[in-house]
Design a protein around this ligand. Structure first.
Ligand code: HAM
Length: 419
């Protein structure tokens, strides 16, 4: 019997796995330069944290959570996203009583029991950033600019930014009522009708053509913003324009999580098919209070690393074969040579040269094949005659040129060659 990775999950294998590490790093680099500190929270949390934080009416909470009782009967859930956990950690450790905003970034696995397809997985990776405790349009703009820089750093050209405002507790209730009234007049199935009461904004996000066709005249939140929300949104837009970050107003942009207020945005890539969002986020001024904390106006985003990678593939950014990290490959011939090679390879590694050797007692032919496949620049061939002469053959694998070097000098010689 053989096992397969669970449905909706996959393995990252070399050399792609090395590339994805670099992509995560590149997405994070702009955050580090902007004063965001690294936070790591547990992969599982109290189920109620997500139920309350993300919202009972969302697909994430109602259908997609990996929830299980632990042995003491606590209900735990594998995190479907990072924001609720970050707010929980900030409140728990009183970070909000220090300098504001608290700026944090994270990078890690998220889990959602979604219908899996290309770009939509049950286990996926996000890089995220949250700035907590400030109501300032410059902070919303900063985060959006940093995400745009991240995508630019990995070379993506086809990322589009969509933005919207969802209003706040002053103007949202009236908009919600207007939307509900409009939606009640439509021809919708029972599930969708139920949604009108719980979360009418989500109906705007319905992808089915028969629903979409009826939504044309739906009231838009931008037309119902109060003066404060309007001014805030205009300021975010003008800071983005001044920063040279292109965006498109999308008055129908709604997000799949309930905590958003005011600014919301999504980064989409057209090379990805239906799962086009490579990142998204927004302001969540009420989340802290929803979790029992004090008012803590905040904003943040998460970028989907797997989808960013797919977008890079779609743009042909990953085509060139990856360079090997190995510089030297040892080819020992015989047991004594193998013992000596083992030590020599260690010495090279300690000296900062990346090195590997043939294992499993291969003969010269097999071991040389290994050297070629490894991508190393040099092979070190050590036979019995070499050992007796306290020397080793250094073969340049590009030119096939071979020179004999005393064992006592070979580390220095190779260091000189590869650095
Ligand atoms: P989200 O839009 O649910 O937001 O996820 C952010 C990104 O994660 C998406 O744009 C997408 O690239 C990626 N993603 C989501 N689900 C999947 C999946 N099943 N498979 C692959 N990639 C996926 C959040 O999670 C919020 N916490 C963002 C945020 C932070 N808002 C404020 N602060």
């Amino acid at each position: 019997m053989s096992f397969q990775a669970p449905k909706g999950t996959f393995d990252w294998l070399p050399p792609r796995s090395e590339r994805v590490l670099a992509v995560r790093e590149a997405l994070v680099a702009p955050l580090r330069r902007a004063g965001y500190g690294y936070i790591e929270t547990p992969v599982f949390e109290d189920t109620q944290l997500f139920a309350r934080g993300v919202g009972e009416s969302t697909d994430i909470v109602s259908k997609e959570m990996y929830t299980f009782p632990d042995k003491a009967g606590r209900s735990l859930t594998l995190r479907p996203e990072g924001t609720a956990s970050v707010v929980r950690a900030v409140l728990q450790h009183n970070l909000h009583n220090g300098q504001l905003p608290v700026k944090l970034w994270y990078s890690g696995s998220q889990f959602r029991y979604e219908r899996s397809q290309k770009g939509r997985y049950r286990h996926f990776w996000q890089v995220g950033a949250e700035a907590l405790g400030s109501e300032d349009p410059a902070l919303d703009a900063e985060l959006i600019v940093l995400a745009a820089h991240g995508f630019a750093t990995v070379g993506l050209k086809g990322v589009r930014l969509l933005i919207n405002s969802l209003g706040d507790k002053t103007c949202r209730p009236a908009y919600r009522a207007a939307l509900q009234e409009f939606l009640r007049g439509l021809d919708l199935d029972e599930d969708t009708r139920a949604r009108i009461d719980i979360n009418p904004l989500r109906v705007l996000d319905d992808k089915r053509p028969e629903v979409r066709a009826q939504l044309d005249g739906a009231p838009l939140v931008v037309d119902h913003l109060c003066a404060a929300c309007n001014a805030y949104h205009e300021e975010v837009r003008s800071l983005l324009s001044a920063s040279g970050v292109a965006f498109e107003d999308d008055p129908r942009l709604v997000r799949g999580l309930d905590y958003y207020t005011r600014t919301t945005f999504e980064f989409v890539h057209d090379g990805l098919g239906s799962q086009s969002a490579v990142g998204g986020g927004g302001r969540y001024d009420g989340l802290s209070e929803m979790l029992g904390g004090p008012p803590l106006p905040s904003v943040g985003w998460a970028l989907g690393v797997d989808r960013t990678f797919l977008a890079m593939e779609a743009e042909g950014l990953l085509d060139e074969s990856t360079e090997s990290r190995l510089q030297v490959y040892g080819v020992p011939l015989g047991d004594d040579a193998r013992r000596r090679m083992f030590l020599l390879i260690s010495e090279l590694r300690e000296a900062g040269v990346s090195a590997d050797m043939a294992f499993g007692g291969k003969g010269l032919k097999g071991a040389m094949k290994g050297a070629d496949r490894s991508g190393a620049a040099y092979a070190l061939i050590l036979g019995e005659r070499d050992l007796a002469a306290e020397a080793v053959q250094v073969k340049d694998l590009t030119t096939a040129e071979q020179t004999e070097v005393p064992l006592a000098q070979v580390v220095d010689v190779l260091k000189g060659k590869v650095q």
